[in-house]
Design a protein around this ligand. Structure first.
Ligand SMILES: Cc1cc2nc3c(=O)[nH]c(=O)nc-3n(C[C@H](O)[C@H](O)[C@H](O)COP(=O)(O)OP(=O)(O)OC[C@H]3O[C@@H](n4cnc5c(N)ncnc54)[C@H](O)[C@@H]3O)c2cc1C
Length: 504
């Protein structure tokens, strides 16, 4: 086989060890027979759907690589056959970012974890992982390490892979933890020439910054090195309460009261569902407040609150119990919504999310949230009860240093941002139009930026708005990208219009 772009054969680091075996959750409907090219298996014409069953694709080839060399074979094949390449993890994204009709690359078999490395002092640890590692795999591996380690903050579910988390700039609720990409010290990516490019702050700060949240546009991410905390440093006291809205969202000092609470906590999360009683239309005057505070107290029995009667009659939140419990970091970060402890369960949701910078007195957030509560009640109550399955969710995180983050802030690097999610059952009629209309209003009023992995492509006028707001950052992205992918091999329809180099 010949190619214009010679593949640089970079050896696979031998220190990478397979993660503990876990059951795979296929997002792919396998039907057609497997073929093999140079040891890399692929299927042709299979139908792929995302987790929410809202997107599908029938890629010409769906590859299942195991090694770095396999990734290089795929790039060579794509070069020879002039094909686009996009990776896919567990398909938990609502935007079309993973989709191509050419070559899709399932990174799920690439789940090796390297032995964590201690830095200059005892508190500094890092771990290098392949991108198919799931959150739960790394949690379990680090928990068993001597000493036990953890990521300080992370996405809520445990069945998401790091390739998806880092590519899209995903985040947890940890205020100071920013996004997961902000914890990276190194990232390696196979580019459109088949070369493994190693990015670090010391080598090239600008390229490293872009690589940390690269939207899948620099190539196939092979490994990433993440900062960790020793679990002995602190545990988290998870405090749950069902609060009157009036306690935090009414009166002249409302925003400052919220701010005081957020600053006191390691993490804060707000959940709100529109109706006071299930299957009744009266507006809910309460919201669910989750706070996490650092503590040195010993961990408690995880079932401590389990036998309490449900605090709310909403079936989706039956597992929520009022009270306090001290947990290890990963147990606190990935809380269960369902009674059976199955995390996000089988319910398929839509999620539209955007973030904006908070005013010093949080007044813009209070205004926005109160307005959203009204809008969401009106939406959920019209066409009752077919639209009852909606929920609002909010987290507060400091600005990301990564340019392509939706919470990046070059002027005020420690500014606090809110990330507001509008969630709806997938069968909710009119949800996409409703949520995208609301986000459009936030872009205009609060200069909000949508979460890349969630619903944003249907926001009216979104491409011109994002091109305007990310203008200089897109120029940097394009500059770095052109050195790695001058052929636009990794550009699909989700990103094409954003990246076009033209004057608007
Ligand atoms: C129930 C649920 C809860 C969620 N909670 C949170 C949350 O708490 N916080 C948050 O920020 N987000 C959250 N999300 C969004 C989720 O974290 C993102 O959609 C994430 O990208 C999904 O990871 P995945 O493994 O499913 O990746 P996929 O959705 O399969 O892929 C996402 C993107 O990553 C790219 N990609 C994956 N691996 C590679 C690689 N090796 N190289 C290059 N590109 C790659 C894909 O091409 C695609 O563009 C949630 C989603 C769901 C469904």
């Amino acid at each position: 086989m010949t190619t214009d772009n010679p593949i640089v054969n970079t050896p696979t680091p031998t220190s990478l060890k397979p993660a503990a075996a876990v059951e795979e959750e296929p997002t792919v409907m396998l039907g057609s027979p497997m073929a093999i090219v140079d040891g890399v298996s692929f299927s042709s014409g299979d139908n792929w759907t995302n987790w929410a069953n809202s997107l599908s694709a029938t890629p010409e080839r769906l590859f299942y690589p195991n090694t770095l060399e396999d990734l290089q074979v795929i790039i060579r094949e794509a070069t020879e056959n002039k094909k686009k390449v996009r990776c896919v993890g567990n398909g938990h994204s609502w935007s079309g970012t993973a989709i191509t009709q050419d070559y899709m690359v399932s990174i799920n078999n690439m789940n090796r974890i390297e032995k964590p490395v201690k830095g200059k002092d005892d508190e500094e640890w890092t771990v290098t992982i392949e991108m198919g590692v799931e959150v739960k795999e790394l949690d379990e591996y680090l928990r068993k390490h001597d000493p036990p380690l953890a990521l300080a903050s992370n996405v809520m579910p445990t069945d998401i892979r790091y390739g998806g988390i880092l590519t899209m700039g995903c985040h947890g609720a940890g205020l100071d933890s920013k996004t997961v990409s902000d914890t990276l010290t190194e990232i390696t990516i196979v580019n459109a020439y088949g070369e493994l490019h190693i990015y670090s702050e010391a080598d090239d700060a600008e390229a490293f910054n872009i690589a940390c949240i690269n939207l899948g546009l620099l190539g196939i991410i092979y490994t990433a090195t993440l900062k960790l905390v020793p679990m002995s440093q602190y545990r988290l006291r998870a405090i749950d309460s069902y609060e009157p809205l009036a306690n935090y969202f009414e009166g002249p000092g409302a925003g400052l009261k919220l701010k005081e609470m957020v600053l006191k906590n390691d993490s804060t999360e707000i959940l709100y569902w529109p109706h006071d009683k299930f299957l009744q239309t009266e507006r809910n005057p309460h919201f669910w407040l989750k706070q996490w505070r650092r503590t040195l107290d010993p961990v408690e029995d995880l079932d401590k609150l389990k036998n309490q009667p449900p605090a709310v009659d909403h079936p989706a939140f039956a597992a929520f119990k009022v009270g306090e419990i001290v947990k290890e970091i990963p147990d606190a970060v990935h809380f269960d919504v369902t009674e059976d402890g199955e995390g996000t369960g089988e319910a398929k949701l839509f999620d539209a999310s955007a973030g904006f910078k908070l005013a010093p007195d949080f007044s813009n957030f209070v205004e926005c949230f109160n307005d959203l509560v009204e809008k969401n009640h009106a939406f959920s109550t019209s066409e009752f009860p077919s639209r009852i399955a909606t929920c609002l969710e909010v987290r507060f995180i400091r600005a990301s240093s990564k340019m392509m983050s939706f919470v990046h802030d070059a002027e005020e690097p420690e500014a606090i941002y809110c990330m507001i999610n509008i969630l709806g059952g997938r069968e909710t009629p009119g949800f996409v139009e409703y949520s995208q209309g609301v986000l459009s209003g936030w872009i205009d009023k609060y200069n909000a930026k949508p979460h890349w992995a969630k619903l944003w492509e249907q926001i009216p006028g979104v491409i011109p708005a994002l091109r305007r707001e990310y203008k200089d950052r897109l120029a940097v992205l394009n500059r770095v990208r052109k050195t790695q992918d001058p052929f636009d091999m990794f550009v699909n329809d989700t990103w094409r219009l954003l990246l076009e180099e033209r004057e608007d």
